[in-house]
Design a protein. Structure first.
Length: 256
């Protein structure tokens, strides 16, 4: 479990997992995730071969106990979908919008979308374009729903290194209105909500300019400067909790 969200399960081998056995799809199941209420299974099926230019990934939703997979219409070219998680109320599937199937081209970040398991249009939460609001969704550790499920913390900013061009943004999940939660000049990642939803913990390091534009800068030097910060959920009252140059912090988690 990851902040209350079931982990996405990668399927190893050609045989379908037990929860999807007997649910026919073109190709084979690649990954799946149970909804928090256990009423749905979101799954990605793959067929073809990427090297031959014929690979296809498709996103499906299966109602628990059913033997029919509903192909979700992603409305146009949404790249190769990768399931990230369900919304806490089990009403939406969050997925990464990858560009093709290459690893390197997607290492700098991907777009984020969601869709209802019953079908309908997909919604773009984060664009997959270059710019200050561009994608930077590197994995589940960069996505955090508030305890009430109404707000979504994300890491945005294109780059494969987490120590440059990364800012925290809080999005109202219903309207997608955003509030920047970290300032320019700081690379902020690994957000975590407090249990009461009033504060946010995250890891940050100085980022005065892009890593490649700073003389003598290296990812390891930036990583050594990563420290724990806490701020109010409205973006105010930031507090650096640790500044010992001999240590760094990572993966903040709240207790209680």
């Amino acid at each position: 479990m990851d902040d209350g969200q079931p982990w996405v399960v990668e399927v190893d081998g050609p045989d379908p997992p037990p929860v999807l056995r007997g649910v026919p799809v073109p190709g084979r199941w690649e990954a799946y995730a149970l909804s928090p209420d256990r009423r749905w299974i979101a799954g990605v099926a793959v067929r073809g071969n990427a090297r031959a230019g014929r690979r296809e990934n498709r996103l499906y939703a299966v109602r628990a106990g059913s033997r029919t997979a509903r192909l979700l219409d992603l409305r146009g070219d949404r790249g190769a979908p990768r399931i990230l998680r369900w919304s806490p109320d089990s009403r939406r599937i969050l997925f990464a919008r990858r560009i093709g199937y290459g690893g390197s081209i997607n290492a700098d970040g991907v777009g984020l979308c969601d869709i209802a398991p019953e079908g309908g249009p997909a919604r773009d939460l984060v664009p997959a374009l270059w710019g200050p609001e561009s994608a930077g969704i590197l994995g589940n550790s960069e996505i955090a729903f508030s305890p009430d499920g109404k707000r979504l913390l994300l890491v945005q900013g294109r780059d494969r290194w987490e120590v440059t061009n990364k800012r925290l943004v809080c999005r109202d999940y219903a309207t997608n209105r955003l509030l920047w939660m970290s300032e320019p000049g700081v690379a902020a990642t690994q957000p975590a909500w407090s249990p009461d939803g009033k504060r946010v913990a995250y890891i940050a390091c100085p980022d005065p300019r892009h890593l490649l534009d700073e003389p003598d800068a290296t990812p390891s030097r930036r990583i050594a400067q990563q420290h724990l910060h806490v701020r109010d959920a409205d973006g105010g009252n930031v507090l650096a909790l640790a500044r010992n140059p001999k240590f760094r912090e990572e993966k903040p988690r709240w207790e209680g």
